[in-house]
Design a protein around this ligand. Structure first.
Ligand code: KIV
Length: 270
């Protein structure tokens, strides 16, 4: 495993240059200080405080219940553990439709949450909100395809933009987000060919999750790629560790040692 030695801060300009130079962008989620320190030290370029915190940190089945205050808490913890990566925080459900409300939310995420950019789910429908946030000097990352905050509208978490009408709408939304001034775009769970087409047609970095290898970078949920949740096994996920087994075994070992009287031994006491 290679650990990134360079400590130069990643900015939205760095990411644009990476796309121009054909250098792939690595993005991961984090939600707390200790994990953020490890993710940052390993050389990830963008750390996302995803609203997937609702799933992996809080145990909800959708991302809808997480509140703005909770996102700000996770963002502030993560930002304190990050020195190199760009810190991007999701705008939670309900914050993106009304321009005035979304501007207030974005300002709080930056000011109290220590984020350096916000991510917003949606295309043309939220263009006015995006414009207002950009006008305030806050960088915006777009998110199209499977946008989990719309799960009830979609009727599930299946592949998006399989049909040409939805694919055409996605391409026009992606162009719009780039034209508005978003600095990057996440494409989630869409056909690889479509994602590659979008990445070649717009000049901002396109980061995929379940969108194939023809895009400018990849993002995964940290808990999924570390194998913390045994049951989540979508086709696009590659597991880089089996932390569920490692952590459960270690804790089981500790319980045994306490029960048998083996811990603490004479070297582990004062
Ligand atoms: O909330 C999240 O973790 C995300 C990523 C899956 C892109 O939006």
């Amino acid at each position: 495993m290679s650990v990134h030695q360079e400590t130069k801060k990643v900015t939205t300009q760095t990411l644009r240059a990476m796309k121009q130079q054909g250098e792939k962008i690595a993005m991961l989620t984090a939600y707390d200080y200790s994990m953020a320190r490890m993710v940052d030290a390993a050389g990830v370029d963008i750390i996302l405080i995803g609203d997937s915190a609702a799933n992996v940190m809080a145990g909800y089945t959708t991302t809808l219940p997480i509140t703005l205050d909770q996102m700000i808490y996770h963002s502030a913890c993560t930002a304190r553990g990050t020195t190199r990566a760009l810190v991007v925080c999701d705008m939670p459900f309900g914050c993106c439709s009304d321009p005035a409300l979304s501007l207030q939310a974005a300002i709080r995420i930056m000011r109290e949450g220590g984020a350096e950019a916000v991510k917003m789910e949606g295309g043309a429908a939220i263009a006015d909100a995006i414009k207002g946030i950009l006008r305030a000097g806050i960088p915006v990352m777009g998110h199209l395809g499977l946008t989990p905050q719309s799960v009830h509208q979609f009727g599930g978490y299946g592949l998006r933009a399989k049909e040409s009408a939805e694919a055409d709408k996605l391409v026009s939304d992606a162009r719009l987000l780039a034209d508005l001034g978003c600095f990057a775009l996440v494409l989630e769970k869409v056909p690889a060919g479509l994602a590659a087409r979008v990445a070649s047609e717009i000049d901002i970095p396109v980061i995929g999750i379940g969108a194939g290898n023809g895009v400018d970078g990849q993002v995964l949920v940290l808990h999924d790629m570390l194998g913390i949740n045994k049951d989540f096994k979508p086709k696009f996920l590659r597991r880089y560790a089996d932390l569920n087994t490692i952590v459960t075994d270690a804790i089981g070992h500790y319980v045994q040692d306490v029960r048998s009287g083996d811990f603490p031994n004479s070297d582990e006491q004062y």
